[in-house]
Write a protein that binds this ligand. Structure first.
Ligand code: SF4
Length: 462
């Protein structure tokens, strides 16, 4: 694509073909599930469960994590260079000069990225790498561009392993006023806390964000009171999972992996929950947030589709919790459609709340408009569509993908353009009278729950 935004073939977060990963032995499945249930009960005594039970946490979440849960977080990977050498790192991080990218897109200038953030409605922006402190001028330029464009609407944080986030570099970021929070991966340097302590002294919000490494559990338990004493605002514990090129390094350790599309380490989840249960038992005054695979799959991963759906949703359509676009239809040849249009128009409803499909003549109407009908609707149906945010590398400019599905252009200002492609996600789903009545009232009928609502809780290990 010409211009300053283009699609990157995604690197980093896809995982290797990992077919031979060890699974939980059959005799350990039931004990592991019992252990997790017991830990969750102990955590419930001192904390809560956000996002339908997928995110156990003690104390408040960071404002950045709140925005992640709202599907309003963009993460810019500024460089592909780091001096950390973590065994769980998704890549070698040795290619200084790699172009900055966020989500699926490469940005040719800080302003191009800031325009994208604003246009898509992101309110949380983070900078990762590699380590962005090793690309300090670029980091400052991007933070300033986001802050100039969004002002206080954006919450901004930076990830670092801490080795370069010290002295004059740390001062420059703290004094710049654009960054709200620093997140330290202390696992990169053997859990050394010197950089964390220095960052706390700047007055910025400081979070420690690490994977829960099962072999380090006892050591991490001893660290919890120390983090609280230092003034660390949050501890975010991730579940180890197979990302990018880290499969062999994880496979070399004595872990059991989930059978999910992205394999995650079961012992890592149990380690995180054990640390949280320990903090409850010991009364450690440290907010702790567990960020596991299930939360990421169900909430974080829907971010881009939900943002895209929000961009293109018409007043007759609704974006539902799963990030899909829902359309309610009445058959075009039925009396109900004609009556609804006539009465809605006569009562002054905005005409954008309904539209006819040019091919089938079916009427797409906002569910609230069903109140204009006297009789219950018996032949309504619903469809769901997935909204994909695409660029040139996805074939949208060459009659490829764009020829088969409706596309909406997203203008990002000078030289930048993306496309939202709307593709069917469901067949037509018939609604009985009761289901139509529930939709009209703003409720989700049982027949549509699986399409509309994120499932509750953590599934058992298998
Ligand atoms: S600090 Fe982050 S980017 Fe650097 S090696 Fe560790 S995981 Fe990779």
């Amino acid at each position: 694509m010409a211009g300053d935004v283009e699609v990157l073939v995604r690197l980093g977060l896809a995982h290797d073909a990992a077919t031979d990963l060890p699974r939980l032995p059959a005799e350990r499945v039931a004990p592991a599930n019992a252990r997790r249930r017991a830990l969750l009960r102990r955590i419930a005594g001192g904390g809560g469960f956000a996002h339908k039970g997928t995110k156990p946490h003690l104390g408040p979440l960071s404002p950045g994590c709140v925005r992640c849960g709202e599907r309003a977080w963009s993460c810019m990977f500024l460089n592909h260079f780091c001096n950390g050498g973590c065994f769980f790192c998704p890549d070698a991080m040795d290619s200084q000069g790699a172009p900055p990218f966020a989500e699926r897109f490469v940005f040719r200038s800080p302003d191009a990225y800031a325009r994208y953030v604003e246009r898509l409605g992101f309110r949380g922006v983070s900078f990762s790498g590699g380590d962005p402190f090793l690309a300090l001028d670029s980091l400052v330029a991007h933070v300033d561009a986001v802050r100039d464009r969004l002002g206080d609407r954006a919450y901004v944080w930076v990830y670092t392993n801490g080795s370069a986030a010290r002295g004059a570099r740390l001062e420059r970021i703290a004094a710049g006023g654009g960054v709200d929070e620093l997140r330290f991966n202390i696992a990169a340097w053997d859990y050394d806390l010197a950089a964390v302590a220095a960052a706390v002294d700047t007055g910025l919000r400081v979070t420690v964000e690490i994977p829960a490494v099962p072999e380090d559990r006892a050591r991490l338990a001893r660290l919890l009171p120390e983090l609280a004493r230092l003034g660390v605002a949050h501890l975010n514990l991730h579940q180890l999972m197979v990302l990018g090129a880290n499969g062999p390094a994880l496979r070399a350790r004595p872990y059991s992996f989930t059978t999910s599309a992205v394999p995650a380490v079961i012992e890592s989840e149990l380690c995180a929950l054990e640390l949280m249960a320990f903090a409850v038992a010991e009364g450690v005054p440290l907010p702790i947030n567990y960020c596991g695979l299930i939360y990421k799959e169900r909430w974080q991963n829907a971010t881009l589709e939900l943002r895209a759906a929000t961009l293109v949703a018409q007043p007759c359509e609704e974006v539902v919790e799963t990030g899909l676009l829902r359309r309610l239809w009445l058959p075009g040849d039925g009396a109900a459609a004609a009556t609804l249009v006539a009465r809605a128009a006569a009562s002054g409803e905005p005409a954008a709340r309904w539209r006819r499909d040019p091919e089938s003549d079916a009427l797409c109407a906002h569910p609230a408009l069903l109140r204009h009908l006297d009789a219950p609707v018996a032949d309504a149906f619903v469809t769901y569509h997935r909204c994909l945010l695409l660029g040139a590398a996805d074939g949208v400019e060459d009659d490829g993908a764009a020829a088969t599905h409706p596309c909406h252009e997203v203008d990002l200002g000078p030289g930048g353009r993306l496309v939202v492609m709307v593709v069917p996600a469901s067949p037509p789903i018939p609604l009985d009278v009761g289901a139509a009545r529930a939709l009209r009232a703003g409720d989700t009928p049982a027949a549509l729950l699986a399409w509309e609502q994120v499932r509750f809780g953590l599934p058992d290990y298998a």
